[in-house]
Design a protein around this ligand. Structure first.
Ligand code: PHE
Length: 342
């Protein structure tokens, strides 16, 4: 029979050499399994003299216990190694993340809207919002455009398949918020209404079918066209800088009378005249005018007592001008290279 000391020593060597839990398992089978030297030794105990058997059996049991102890000890070490290895793989050093270069930022249109709101709030206006899905009444009829009024053609409308045909639509401008505001609140009103609008336009360099407008509405005693012109000039210089000015040109909108288009100094040539402004030095920005008495009647405001003005323009168009963006479609592309520059 093999010397128990030799058996223990060999086992200790084999166990110490293992590098993984898998290897340890293989060694365990080799040392304690059916074909192990220990098992063979246990069989041979039976062939000893009866007097020697208990002692031999006891010693072999000691060997087995010692081997099991060594295995358990090694297993604990290897398990700890494995755990540490896994943890270090999962480790994330937050100080290594380059925070500055990964920072998200607001989209240019949102930033422009925020800046405009700040300018108008500074001038004493409040900010109001309304639904993007509107009824025909709010988007057209209350704005002095009865059914089949030819001016409706100024807005290519997207209708929703809801209710009676052509009664529910995606608002084509923010003007319906004027109507809601005047229904909810007695004048005086000094409000701007920013928001998303929709038109059935084919996208090109200056049009996108989903865009943003900001509209202003003032209703008070004795409001005149001079107040309108002054408000637009104040906002223009506040937003674009003191070298940019505004001017009004006669125009037509069904909900304002008289109506005007307002233009601002071309941001590219600073008013000298270039290709972008067709050599006029001016770029059209939006529409405006004195609120038509018919609109006041539709919402129950007495046109004998109150007067007011309204104006509206595209936020995307404004951002395009100020940042000299040749093609507006890039605002919807979600190209990170573009968004990151801003
Ligand atoms: N709502 C008009 C448009 O979408 C702009 C406008 C607003 C004109 C207010 C006059 C007064 O074109």
């Amino acid at each position: 029979m093999m010397d128990p000391e030799v058996l223990t020593e060999r086992a200790a060597q084999l166990i110490a050499q293992t590098a993984t839990l898998g290897e340890l398992h293989a060694v365990q089978v080799e040392l304690l399994g059916k074909n192990s030297a220990l098992a063979v030794a246990r069989h041979s105990v039976g062939r000893l003299d009866e007097a020697e058997r208990p002692e031999a059996g006891r010693r072999l049991l000691e060997v087995r216990e010692e081997i099991e102890r060594l295995l358990a000890q090694r297993r604990a070490v290897l398990e700890e190694d494995q755990r540490r290895c896994r943890l270090s793989g999962d480790r994330l050093d937050l100080t290594e993340v380059a925070l500055a270069s990964q920072r998200g930022r607001l989209h240019l249109v949102q930033r422009t809207r925020d800046e405009l709101e700040d300018v108008f709030v500074g001038m004493g206006f409040v900010v109001a919002e309304g639904p993007e899905v509107e009824t025909d009444w709010y988007n057209f009829e209350a704005l002095n455009m009865p059914v089949a009024h030819p001016a409706r053609g100024m807005w290519d409308t997207l209708y929703l398949d809801l209710g009676e045909e052509e009664t529910v639509l995606l608002r084509t401008h923010t003007s319906p918020v004027q109507i809601r505001l005047m229904q909810d609140q007695v004048p005086p009103i000094y409000a701007v209404m920013p928001g998303r609008c929709y038109r059935r336009d084919t996208p090109d360099a200056r049009h996108i079918p989903v865009f943003h407008q900001l509209e202003g509405l003032v209703v008070d005693h004795g409001i005149s066209f001079a107040d309108l012109a002054g408000t637009i000039e104040t906002f223009t210089t506040a937003y674009f800088g003191s070298d940019t000015h505004s001017r009004l040109r006669p125009s037509y909108f069904p909900f304002t009378e008289p109506s005007a288009e307002f233009e601002v100094t071309c941001s590219i040539c600073k008013g000298k005249g270039c290709r972008t402004c067709s050599h006029t030095g001016w770029v059209e920005l939006g529409g405006c005018g004195m609120v038509d008495p018919e609109v006041f009647v539709a919402v129950g405001v007495d046109p004998e007592e109150w007067t007011g003005f309204a104006f509206g323009f595209g936020i995307d168009r404004l951002a395009q001008m100020r940042h000299v963006i040749p093609d507006m479609r890039i605002l919807l592309d979600n190209d990170v290279r573009f968004l990151r520059q801003l």
